[in-house]
Design a protein around this ligand. Structure first.
Ligand SMILES: *Cc1c(COP(=O)(O)O)cnc(C)c1O
Length: 407
């Protein structure tokens, strides 16, 4: 019999979202009349916008005509879209050939592991989006889970005590460093100075940063960097993964991109971009042409304006939730809310409590599903992540209910 990939045997059960779903189900079964509101998962809720929707529809219809039909496109993506991303999002500082269109950031994060194999050291922020760790484990770049994390993975604490920016000295030389800003789950956005520190560290220590910028469009503070490539020196040490999922509501449509600079090299001097080109052409076969037509429309003036108002809607939700959690009652109970208006998540600490206990209490007393911070890593203990993805009326109702939470 064929043996199982040891990467899979090392992988411990996906605990967080199945466990949340189970507790929600049990609560619903014993409270059949309760209207449960979810401020839990990071999934978009508002409809696609008109200009972008019409481009998707037009392209899809044209595919049903002899003139409008096309089959496989370039595996790296539609040339016009690569050019437009380079120009609109990177101000022309990135060449179109360095932009690779994909079916989403998460998929690219998983595929990126193929570039570095099983021997690479991996460092992740703690707490973190689960695919960085799980993808590394499946690829064989990590060992067994010892209970306090996987062997071979360096967990970098990101807490209010260090302004959510980790101590880099714990990272081994020649590591792959996953870094997410604006961060899921903490909502923290790294400053220009912090990213410069990270880039300098990576260049000095032979590391490559996988920079997840999936929430860049939520940044409203002009001083904060939206891309790692705004930082001098990043082209020799960073790959950026990005996505239309959150800016355009393409979570179901599926469209993302990665930027792999020409200057990025392995230890032997060969080109990382050349290998990524190989990954995209031989292991991937191009993003959906319909989705790419939507991406093109998203990047013209009307599309950009639509994306901005879509994101503004979620940012307003975040503001509303923040005001509900910063009333005198919450303040005097010592509840700390981390949310500065540049991310769709609020990271909220309930001192001396366990995340799962607070989760259960909010579900029981307010009929609101949240996400326990400890599910994103040990440094998330005592925290709850509130997601601002939701319909306004639900968010407002959730906030009324939160006023009744006993603290
Ligand atoms: C939502 C999200 C993404 C986007 O993933 P897609 O596969 O493009 O939908 C990437 N990274 C983080 C941290 C996310 O939360």
């Amino acid at each position: 019999m064929i043996r199982r990939n040891t990467g899979f045997s090392n992988l411990t059960a996906g605990y967080l979202f199945p466990e949340i779903a189970k507790r929600r189900r049990e609560y619903a079964a014993s409270h059949p009349d309760a209207k449960i509101i979810s401020l839990g998962v990071g999934n978009t809720t508002e409809p696609l916008t008109p200009h972008i929707t019409s481009a998707l529809a037009k392209y899809a219809s044209a595919l049903g005509t002899p003139e409008g039909y096309s089959g496989y496109g370039d595996e790296q993506g539609n040339t016009a879209l690569r050019e437009k991303i380079a120009r609109v999002f990177y101000g022309g500082k990135i060449a179109p050939e360095e932009v690779f269109i994909s079916d989403g950031a998460k998929c690219d994060i998983a595929r990126i592991q193929t570039l570095f194999g099983r021997d690479v050291n991996v460092a992740v922020q703690d707490p973190a989006y689960p695919v960085y760790v799980d993808g590394s484990v499946v690829a064989g770049a990590a060992g067994a889970n010892t209970g306090s994390g996987y062997e071979g993975i360096t967990y970098m604490n990101c807490t209010p005590e260090n302004n959510f920016f980790p101590d880099l000295t714990k990272i081994q030389k020649d590591s792959l460093i996953y870094f997410c800003s604006p961060n899921n789950p903490t909502g923290a956005v790294a400053t220009r100075e912090q990213l410069k520190t990270l880039v300098d560290f990576a260049n000095a220590n032979g590391c490559i940063i996988i920079f997840d910028a999936a929430y860049f469009c939520f940044i409203r503070d002009e001083k904060l960097p939206k891309s790692i490539f705004e930082i001098e020196g990043a082209k020799t040490c960073a790959i950026e993964v990005n996505s239309f999922s959150k800016p355009a509501g393409f979570t179901g449509v599926r469209l993302g991109w990665s930027v792999v600079p020409n200057e990025l090299k392995y230890a032997d001097g060969s080109s990382v971009r050349a290998d990524w080109n190989r990954v995209m052409t031989t292991l991937f076969n191009g993003a959906s042409n319909i989705a790419q037509a939507g991406g093109l429309a998203a990047l013209d003036d009307e599309g950009l304006a639509e994306m901005k108002s879509l994101v503004d809607y979620y940012l307003e939700n975040a503001r509303i939730i923040k005001s509900a959690l910063t009333t005198e009652k919450f303040k005097s109970a010592g509840v700390e809310v981390y949310s500065d208006g540049n991310a769709p998540y609020l990271w909220v600490r309930f001192p001396n409590r366990k995340s799962w206990d607070v989760f259960d209490q909010i579900l029981d007393q307010c009929r609101i599903v949240t996400t326990p911070g400890s599910g994103f890593g040990p440094a998330g203990e005592s925290f709850i992540r509130f997601s601002a993805f939701g319909h306004r009326a639900d968010v407002e109702e959730a906030c009324r209910r939160l006023a009744n939470l006993t603290l």
